[in-house]
Design a protein around this ligand. Sequence first.
Ligand code: AMP
Length: 281
Amino acid sequence: MVIFKKIADIQSYIISQRAQNRNIGFVPTMGALHNGHISLVKHAKDVADIVVSSIFVNPTQFNDAKDFEKYPVSIEDDVKMLIEAGCDILLLPAVDEMYPDGSGKMPTFDFGYLDTILEGEKRPGHFKGVGQVVARLLDIVKPDILVMGQKDYQQCMVVKSLLLQTGSNAKMHIAPTQREADGLAMSSRNRRLTEPQRALAGTIYQCLVSIQTKQDEGNFTLVQKECTDLLTTKGFEVEYISLADADNLTLLSNYQGGRPMVALIAARIGEIRLIDNMLLQ
Ligand code: AMP
């Protein structure tokens, strides 16, 4: 795996790869890698000739300064995992390399409705930062295929909108959420859970399963309350338990037969904010 810290260097390397008719799959990350990230790299490897990954903890997408400061960093382990997974190129830029004129000078994008609900509502400015960094990374890597995780469902929709707005030719592939044995969605932030918190964290997945299985009963409000009560009893602070149209994220007050739906949850346990979602079958 070739590691680049300078954008000019990775750009000329990618140009040389492209000149040999190799197509590029790209997996952007913030590091502290786990098997969820690695599954995206493996997917990229299956569908592209060259896999590029990036590790950049983007300061502009953190609406909470403490969350940014405490974001886990484990570059050495990350590099090992990427090599093992067969990643070809890693971009590891510093902040001033990504935003040489400061982030204030970067273009911003309007995600409309998507920025007003769920993560957009609870984390003001988050998707503005995501838009900035992904636009910058797409401009550097110019991938043919962009691989992202369903774990961040709303982010996938925001990035789809970004691809349209920037006229990017990249095709987006959404890879399934990788989970721990108890159902907890893998996340870099899980490393910060204490043992007792970790023991409870699978409850979020149990709630998603119950929203899925109880759809035949046709009373989302009831299931939502049961899940809120369960999580609250276990010490979570629930931010949202929502049901939405899976195609456009229109929020739904109840199950609607025949409509593609996704259930989404955000909850805090102690200092750690966890999100997860499930497409309803
Ligand atoms: P992050 O490093 O958290 O910014 O995530 C980088 C990419 O990995 C994003 O596309 C995430 O959606 C994806 N990802 C994070 N966790 C998982 C997971 N458990 N399973 C699959 N993909 C994931």
